[in-house]
Write a protein that binds this ligand. Structure first.
Ligand code: SUD
Ligand code: ADP
Length: 293
């Protein structure tokens, strides 16, 4: 049995350039892995089934699950017929804008490549992953990247900047497709924010980074779910720091340059609300598995 960690992401910037004829949107966004992960255990089975056991009753364990889709795709691509056992421990909130499902799919692709010693490159796994979802290619590599196209065209960024991330989970389910659909032409931009963000990350300008975070979807999700906006206002008044939304939401986050500041914000928030979690940037997930067990 082999373990792969499936890391969550946040969007440090998210710009949408236009709606495409294929129904997707052209995006430009800075994606960042964080130290919040699902655990994906993989093993061969003596039969030819793909079986997923997971600790979350509210998500399907059949072909609708992105982890199962990844195993199916991997077998189709490699011609391997062996059965696959997947045990999934969900820690990343579902439909939260943190790419939990995409990251599980990416972890299955990385893990099966190790389990069957198929020697596929990360680029090949990312190409495969794009068939499952737009965020899957980023989740193959993790770290930091500018994602363009529909999210699958990646420019990976190595930078020394490390920040703490306070995550706040509103208890609502947000559909990514609905939020993309609700964008108006006035939301589409030509000048994107990713380059300034990347520059600040490269310069380790930890004080600037929180003020450069930008997400064009935030006002759309806030308008559709006023409770999320109210929660963001409350977080801002308690922490006195800018509050942002990841992806299509609803997860909110604040960035802190030091662990002391992050702990202060965490303790202040825990006094007045549930569902607060402290995390931090992860720059390298390449040895994310904990090896054979
Ligand atoms: C918004 C983002 C930002 O990172 O994250 P989440 O909020 O989902 O975490 C992503 O673009 C989400 O990517 P992902 O969740 O993989 O999307 P997909 O499964 O490929 O697509 C789901 C649906 O979202 C819409 N979609 C997705 C990506 C894109 N560039 N344009 C779109 O219009 C399409 O309607 C598509 O049918
Ligand atoms: N392994 C998985 N983990 C979480 N959600 C999954 C998974 N497989 C399929 N889904 C479905 O994908 C949808 C979005 O899930 P998720 O990736 O957590 O959200 P987001 O795209 O907002 O980051 C949910 O409706 C969920 O039922």
């Amino acid at each position: 049995m082999l373990l792969e960690r499936a890391y969550a992401k946040i969007n440090l910037t998210l710009d949408v350039l236009r709606r495409r004829p294929d129904g997707y949107h052209e995006v430009d966004m800075v994606m960042q892995s964080i130290d919040l992960s699902d655990l994906v255990w993989l093993d061969c089975r003596s039969d030819s089934e793909i079986v997923l056991d997971l600790n979350a009753g509210h998500i399907p364990s059949d072909e609708r699950n992105l982890a199962v889709q990844a195993a199916m795709l991997f077998r189709k691509y490699t011609g391997i017929r062996a059965g696959v056992q997947i045990n999934l421990e969900k820690n990343i909130p579902v439909a939260a804008g943190l790419a939990g499902g995409s990251s599980d799919a990416a972890a299955v692709l990385r893990g099966l490549n190790r389990l069957f010693d198929t020697g596929l490159t990360s680029d090949e796994l990312a190409d495969m992953g794009a068939e499952i979802g737009s965020d899957v290619p980023f989740c193959i590599y993790g770290g930091t990247a500018i994602a363009r196209g529909r999210g699958e065209v990646l420019e990976r960024i190595a930078h020394p900047c490390h920040l703490y991330v306070l995550l706040i989970y509103p208890r609502v389910f947000v559909s990514t497709a609905d939020i993309y659909q609700a964008l108006q032409p006035t939301d589409f931009v030509t000048a994107v924010q990713s380059e300034r963000m990347v520059q600040a990350l490269m310069e380790q300008d930890v004080d600037a980074v929180p003020y450069l975070v930008h997400n064009v979807m935030q006002h759309v999700t806030f308008a559709a779910y006023p409770g999320v906006k109210q929660l963001a206002d409350k977080v801002e008044s308690v922490t006195r720091h800018p509050v942002h939304m990841s992806g299509s939401g609803p997860t909110l986050f604040c960035l802190a340059p030091t662990v002391q500041q992050a702990n202060r914000m965490y303790n202040a928030l825990r006094g007045v609300m549930r569902d607060v979690h402290l995390s931090h940037f992860v720059s390298n997930i390449s040895n994310s598995g904990d090896g054979e067990v």
